[in-house]
Design a protein around this ligand. Sequence first.
Ligand code: SAM
Ligand code: SF4
Length: 339
Amino acid sequence: MSSESKFTVDKRLIDSFGRLHNNLRVSVTDRCNLRCFYCMPEHDPEFMPKSELLTFEETERVVRVGTGLGIDRVRLTGGEPLVRRELHKLIESIVSLPGIRDVGLTTNGIFLSEQAHLLRDAGLKRLNISLDALDPETFRKMTRRDGFDRVLAGIQAAKDAGFKPIKLNAVSVRGLTEDQIIPFGELAREGDIDVRFIEFMPLDAENEWERGKVLFAHEIIGILESEFGALDPQPVSDHRAPASQYRFRDGCGTIGLIASVSRPFCAGCNRFRLTADGKLRNCLFSLEETDVRGLLRSGGSDSEIAQAMQNCIAAKKEGHEINTARFVQPERPMHSIGG
Ligand code: SAM
Ligand code: SF4
C-alpha cells in the first residue's frame, strides 16, 4: 500500500448526520440480459459506451483508496454483474485487498449455472439472487424476458457451489405479485433460502412508479400471517441492515422485508455507490454525483480520490423524500445506478 493511502480513523466517511459509511456498492455494468419493468426500459436502452466503464484496475483502485477511509464491505452489482466478462478476476482482487472483510454480489441468476463455482473460487462469500416470482408467467411479466428455468438452475448451482445462506430478493408490486407471496413464504419455511420482499421504489426507467403500485410490507405480512399464522419481529442484530426479519411462530424459517418506501431506513444508512462509469453517489435517490473517473484518467492522486469520496459523503442528505411532495426521481434508472 502506498503511504498516500494510509488514512487515519479521522478520515473515516462520516456524514453531517453522524452516519459512518463502510459499505460501498460497486456497479460493474449498466447492461443486463433481463428488462425488469421497474428498472430498465423495455426497448432500446442507452447503454454507457464501453470506454466510459471503469476498468477492473480503476475499480480496484477506488475500492483500495476507500479501505483507507474505512470501507470494509463491498457489494458488486449492476445492471447484471455477471454479463461483465471475467468478473471473478475483479472479485479476486477486491477480496484480497487489506481491510476488506466482506464481498457480496447481487445477480439475477441467469448466468449463475456457468459461473457459481468460479465466483466461489474467487473468494465470493455472499450471494443475493433476485427473483420476483415462482411461476414463469409472472416472471416474464416482471422481467419482460424468458429465463425463469435458468434462474432456478442458477440457484441450484449456487447451492452446489457452497453459497450459504442464499438470499432471494423479490420486488413486490401491487396487482402483479400478490399471488407470489404465499409460495415465497413456503420456500422460506423450507429454511435454506432467506427470502426478502422489497417494496417497489421510484427508480424505473419509464417513470411509471406510483405509490399505488407499491405492495407495502405490512400488507405482505398480512398475507403471510393469513396463511401461516403470526410472524414475530426478530431483534435487530444490525440497525444499519435494510431488511427487517420476521420469524414464523411455529419456528419454521424467517422472512425479510425491505420497506424502503413505507419504513425508510435512511437514519442508519452506511452505504454509498460507485456507478459503472465512475461516479460516486451518496444515495440511490441522489440527484448529484461526484466524478472519480476524471480523476482516475487524468493522473489524480489517491488523496484526491479520497477527497472526492469525503466530499460525496459530506453532501449526503438526511434521507430520501419519496414520501413527500418534494421528491424528484433521479434521471438515472436503477440499472444505471447499481442497485
Ligand atoms: N441485475 C442484478 C439483479 O437483478 O439482482 C443486480 C442489479 S439490480 C438493479 C439489484 C436489485 O435491485 C435487484 O434485487 C432488483 O430487484 C432491485 N431493484 C431494481 N429496481 C428496483 C425498484 N425500482 N424497486 C425496488 N427494487 C428494485
Ligand atoms: Fe436487470 Fe437486475 Fe434491473 Fe432486472 S433488476 S433489469 S435483472 S439490472
